[in-house]
Structure formats: structure tokens, C-alpha cells
Design a protein around this ligand. Structure first.
Ligand SMILES: Nc1ncnc2c1ncn2[C@@H]1O[C@H](COP(=O)(O)OP(=O)(O)O)[C@@H](O)[C@H]1O
Ligand SMILES: [Mg+2]
Length: 421
């Protein structure tokens, strides 16, 4: 059996905290079995390494490993993504398609943010877990698959069960073994170690001298709450590495990078960055990427609804808020062309030419999904950073922050919960 130390090295895990070591040990122990594992812990604690360790140390390591972010897939498409669909299952399903559970036969599926799964999908998932059976959307044929499931969540599952958002039976099935990763504030002795590692990585990446922390700066990091955990620490290390000319960083400087630091600390004197906020070129680019990603998700949802439903007026009515969000509030010019376009699409669906139109729509959708999966990680880091800054700027007023970020208050609320802000 590989030692904990060797595993940490192999998977780039930094830290010596006993709780972290115990979690890695548990992953090593459970890997050779087919037991379902639930990884728990706040956002940014490093949950994503655990399913990778489990897969790599299992007899399935030559099989497929598929990571699915359940929170990022629109509710209307998730069953089809996970379990596949039959040709003709819904308008636009021009071909039979395999889902992840079929593709990953003999491998491992990592269901990240499993608490976000819709209840209907939870029923299907329970069946797979119980006897390896699933049915494609629109089919009646029962299929078999042999998939190991590792799930992760940063939400309190008991609360979700109490609110009837998550099935209790599924929770117990998923969490035969639970691996909990400690929050960064609970592993203080690793904070400076992690910072040094990230600072050295970013110095190499950006070809600059490594930043060093003064003792008071280290102290400040130890006292900080780190709601975004290691992800947030990594971001701070990156920003400091890129932006600070003086490479020895004291508490007053690092404080600029830590939202909500207590008032018992020296006042901020360094305001060279005060204009940066959104004026910083990189941040603007990230914001644009985010807006695009949000629009893309909304468009995917609309397209899927249209393909499934076929009735433009109904979809329009049900998704009024989405249409307004994507095409602008009262921008009649854009709205009317958009609606015309939608009508063309639905008319074509009832003619013989539908084959030539719909595959293109489908392809675009899958292409988008692939990009989204690759970019999700680093984008999430930036997203967290943007949301925090915006909330700070507006003294926690969600309405103003949502308006600035160009997202709905509801979406912002979901993000705040997701990142445990
Ligand atoms: N122990 C660790 N050592 C080094 N990097 C880590 C560690 N834990 C997490 N990270 C990094 O922090 C970021 C967030 O980790 P991730 O697994 O995505 O968190 P979670 O899924 O729990 O939100 C990633 O960039 C990851 O590489
Ligand atoms: Mg994650």
C-alpha cells in the first residue's frame, strides 16, 4: 500500500495536518473496494483530489474516470447527461445518446455537488447504486452498468434531507464511507506551508522573485477565517505574486487581499491598488468570461426546453425571466429578432429539414459542455474572487452586488451558499 506521503506527492497535496492525513488514509483504505464514498467539506478544501486517489488506487484505474459537476448542469438535461436518451425521447433527440453511467462502465464517476441533484434524478441514481440498473430517458429497456460512485458536497446533507431536497435513503447509500476534509482555519499549521508552495509556483509561472511574508503577515493569515479555504489562499498568493513590487509582504499589504479582516489590524495605507478593483484588465476579462458562461448556460437551458417542448409560446412564457436576462430587459429590437429566430427553429422542427438544423444545435451544446468542464475549476476561483469583491464594495448588499455582476439575486444567493461566503 502506498504511503500517505507518497500519495500526497503524487497528487500534489500539501499539508501535514493529522485530519488531512487521516482523510487521505481513509481514501487509500477504501480505494480497492467498490464502496460508495461521500467526500464532505467546505468549498475550496481540496475535495476533488479524493475521488482521483480512490480511482487511481482501485482495480478500475484503467477504466474511465468521469467528473460531473451536478450543480452546473441544467435540471432539464441532467437525466439525459447521466443516463443517456433514446432517439425521439424529446424534440431534438435525433440520435440515441449514451450517458455518463453507460460510458463509465467499469470505471468511476465523481458526482461533485451531489446535493444539487434534482429529486427525480436522485431516484434514478438510487436505482443504479442499488442494483446497477438504469433506463435511458425515453426508453423502457433496463440496462446494466458497473460504476463506482464517489460523491462530494459542501452543503449540510442533514439539513437538505430535513427540507426534503435530498432523499434520505440515497444519502445513506452514498455515504457508506464519509471522508471529511478539514477547513483551512482548522489546520493553521499548514497555512504558511501552503502559501510558500503557491508563492514559489507562481514565481516560477510568472518569472518573478518569490514573495516572502513577514511574521506579522503570517500571523494575520493564521487568524483569518478563510471562507474560501485553500482555493482562496491560492488566489491571494497569486494576486500578491503578480501585483506587489516589494517582494517582502507585511501585514498591512496582505490585508488588502483579505476581505473582512478585523478592525484590530493596522489601517490600510497602501492604496496603489484601490482603483484596480474591476479596472484591472485581468478581472475585466474574467468578468466577461463569466457573463458569457452564465449566458451560455441560460441559452443551453432554453435550447433544451425548446427541443423538448417544441412549443415556442409555452417556452417563452415559462422562461420569461431567462429570455429577458439574455436578450436584455426591455430591448425590443433584440427581443423581437430573438423571438423570430426561435420561431424559425420550431417551425423547422416540424418539417423534413429538421435533421439538418438540429444536429448543429446539439453539437454546439456538447461543445459548450466540454469547454465548461475544462474551465470550471479555474473559473470558479475567479468567480469566488469577483463575488467577494463585489459584495465587499457594496457592504454585503446582495441586490447591488448582483446588479454589478450581471446575475440575478437568486443566482448570487446560490453562489454565496455554494462558496460558503
Ligand atoms: N492540500 C492541498 N495542497 C495543494 N493544493 C490544494 C490542496 N487542497 C486544495 N488545493 C487546491 O485548492 C483548489 C481547490 O481545491 P478543490 O479540490 O477544487 O476544492 P473543493 O472541491 O473542495 O471546492 C484547487 O486549486 C486545488 O488544487
Ligand atoms: Mg469542487
Amino acid at each position: 500500500m502506498e504511503s500517505i506521503q507518497a500519495i500526497k506527492q503524487r497528487f500534489g497535496i500539501i499539508g501535514n495536518d493529522p485530519k488531512l492525513n487521516r482523510s487521505i488514509e481513509k481514501a487509500i483504505q477504501v480505494a480497492p473496494t467498490d464502496i460508495s464514498v461521500l467526500v464532505t467539506g467546505e468549498s475550496g478544501v481540496g475535495k476533488e483530489s479524493i475521488p482521483k486517489i480512490i480511482h487511481q488506487l482501485s482495480h478500475r484505474k484503467h477504466g474511465k474516470y468521469i467528473a460531473v459537476n451536478c450543480g452546473a448542469i441544467p435540471e432539464g438535461t441532467i437525466d439525459s447527461e447521466l443516463f443517456g436518451h433514446e432517439k425521439g425521447a424529446f424534440t431534438g433527440a435525433t440520435q440515441t445518446r449514451s450517458g455518463y453511467f453507460e460510458v463509465a462502465d467499469g470505471g468511476t464517476i465523481f458526482l461533485d455537488e451531489v446535493g444539487e441533484l434534482p429529486l427525480t434524478t436522485q431516484v434514478r441514481l438510487l436505482r443504479v447504486l442499488e442494483n446497477g440498473e438504469f433506463i435511458k430517458v425515453g426508453s423502457s429497456k433496463v440496462q446494466k452498468t458497473d460504476v463506482r460512485i464517489v460523491a462530494a458536497t459542501n452543503v449540510n446533507m442533514f439539513e437538505a434531507i430535513k427540507k426534503e431536497k435530498f432523499r434520505e435513503d440515497l444519502y445513506y447509500r452514498l455515504s457508506t464511507i464519509e471522508i471529511n476534509l478539514p477547513a483551512l482555519r482548522e489546520r493553521k499549521e499548514d497555512i504558511h506551508l501552503l502559501f510558500r508552495k503557491f508563492a514559489s509556483d507562481f514565481a516560477l509561472k510568472y518569472k518573478m522573485p518569490t514573495v516572502k511574508l513577514t511574521d506579522d503577515a503570517v500571523n494575520l493569515l493564521l487568524r483569518y477565517r478563510w471562507n474560501g479555504n485553500i482555493r482562496q489562499l491560492r488566489n491571494v498568493a497569486e494576486q500578491v505574486s503578480v501585483l506587489e513590487h516589494i517582494r517582502t509582504i507585511n501585514a498591512a499589504t496582505i490585508q488588502n487581499y483579505l476581505p473582512n479582516t478585523g478592525s484590530n489590524l493596522p489601517a490600510v495605507v497602501n492604496n496603489t491598488k484601490s482603483e484596480s478593483d474591476f479596472a484591472n484588465e485581468r478581472e475585466i476579462l474574467y468578468k466577461v468570461l463569466f457573463d458569457m458562461k452564465a449566458d451560455l448556460n441560460d441559452l443551453k437551458k432554453l435550447t433544451m426546453e425548446l427541443m423538448k417542448n417544441g412549443s415556442v409560446s409555452e417556452v417563452q412564457k415559462d422562461n420569461e425571466h431567462l429570455i429577458q436576462k439574455i436578450y436584455g430587459d426591455k430591448d425590443e429590437a433584440i427581443e423581437s429578432t430573438a423571438i423570430e429566430d426561435l420561431e424559425v427553429l420550431s417551425l423547422q422542427q416540424h418539417t423534413d429539414t429538421k435533421e439538418s438544423i438540429l444536429p448543429e444545435v446539439e453539437d454546439k451544446y456538447h461543445f459548450a459542455e466540454e469547454i465548461e468542464e475544462e474551465e470550471t475549476l479555474s473559473l470558479q476561483d475567479k468567480e469566488l474572487e469577483l463575488i467577494k469583491k463585489s459584495l465587499e464594495r457594496h457592504s454585503g448588499k446582495r441586490k447591488l452586488a448582483a446588479a454589478e455582476l450581471g446575475i440575478s439575486e437568486r443566482t448570487l444567493y446560490r453562489k454565496i451558499k455554494q462558496y460558503d461566503l
